[in-house]
Design a protein around this ligand. Structure first.
Ligand code: C2E
Ligand code: MG
Ligand code: MG
Ligand code: MG
Length: 281
């Protein structure tokens, strides 16, 4: 209540840009404390292969339970974390937590599957990234061939630096995918030169795929280009059967989206695995 009153005071007496600054400082201070206060959580969303249809992976997605009250979406704090450098400790926590979770599922007898983890630009540029990942894999015992790092097109603009790093990761067995593909500077040149396992077709091309001829052509072109380069294609944001039918008809390899499951907490994700098939052993 006192906090709310404080905010109102700002709104009444401060010019608008300073109000924003005030709110931003509050957010930054809270974000700084989020790790030690255990307010960060990972949700997991299934990734499905189409031929045959089965779960082949999960993407770990960050959530912030700010003050134990409101859930904040990564879109609303990752940019701030990136700006302030907080993304480095937060990103390290994400990597460690997802690998530890994945290992505990394997230990419990579930079939291993790909754990996909998002990297931010600053994390990808981090000088000790390769060492950090190696350490986390050793520490958690998570098998490297089941780890996939999602990066975006912008991070590969410096092809030399990116390919050097990506090759070191690949030599460890780790996979790399290009997230939100089609929204950035794509060039065949870098796709050919970088060790990429998967392209993730951006949700914006999938959304209107039933009606938008341009989007249909783009998605078809991405799929055939990727297949020529021996790269797997996964479509993001698949919400209905019509979108799925188009993707199947055009030989898209994999899908992810609300049609197959929303991002959910680890314990719920485990329950969904139990519902599908009991652990072997
Ligand atoms: P992204 O990596 O492209 O993740 C996909 C986003 O689409 C997720 O949003 C997911 O919840 C949402 N989504 C999945 N299926 C559907 C669907 O069928 N329909 C719709 N409308 N949306 C769907 P989310 O979880 O809010 O994450 C947003 C972005 O935040 C992510 O986009 C990623 O760029 C970033 N992010 C999330 N977690 C992390 C993290 O641990 N580290 C970093 N650096 N970035 C993260
Ligand atoms: Mg992603
Ligand atoms: Mg994406
Ligand atoms: Mg996205």
């Amino acid at each position: 209540k006192a906090k709310e009153a404080g905010k109102d005071t700002y709104a009444l007496y401060e010019p608008e840009n300073e109000t924003k600054t005030g709110a931003r400082i509050l957010l930054e201070n809270d974000l700084r404390k989020s790790l030690e206060k255990n307010e960060l959580h990972l949700f997991y969303q299934p990734q499905i292969s189409l031929f045959p249809q089965r779960r082949i992976g999960a993407e770990a997605l960050l959530r912030w339970h700010r003050g134990g009250k409101e859930w904040i979406s990564p879109a609303d704090f990752i940019p701030l974390a990136e700006e302030t450098g907080l993304i480095l400790p937060i990103g390290e926590w994400v990597l460690r937590t997802a690998c530890r979770q994945g290992k505990s599922w394997i230990d419990d007898g579930y079939e291993p599957f790909i754990m996909a983890i998002n990297l931010s630009p600053r994390q990808f540029r981090q000088r000790n990234l390769v060492e950090l990942i190696r350490t986390i894999l050793e520490e958690t015992g998570y098998p490297p061939q089941f780890l996939e790092l999602e990066i975006t097109e912008g991070m590969t603009l410096d092809v030399e630096a990116a390919s050097h790093k990506m090759k070191q990761l690949r030599d460890m067995g780790v996979h790399i995918s290009i997230d939100d593909f089609g929204t950035g500077y794509s060039s065949l040149h870098y796709l050919k030169r970088l060790p990429i396992s998967r392209l993730k077709v951006d949700r914006s091309f999938v959304r209107d795929i039933e009606t938008d001829l341009g989007d249909r052509d783009i998605v078809k072109a991405i799929i055939s280009m990727a297949h020529n380069l021996k790269i797997t294609v996964i479509a993001e944001g698949v919400e209905n059967e019509e979108q799925l039918a188009f993707l199947e008809a055009n030989a898209c390899d994999e899908v992810q989206g609300y049609l197959f499951g929303r991002p959910i907490p680890a314990d719920e994700f485990r329950q969904s695995m139990d519902a599908q098939n009991a652990p072997k052993q």
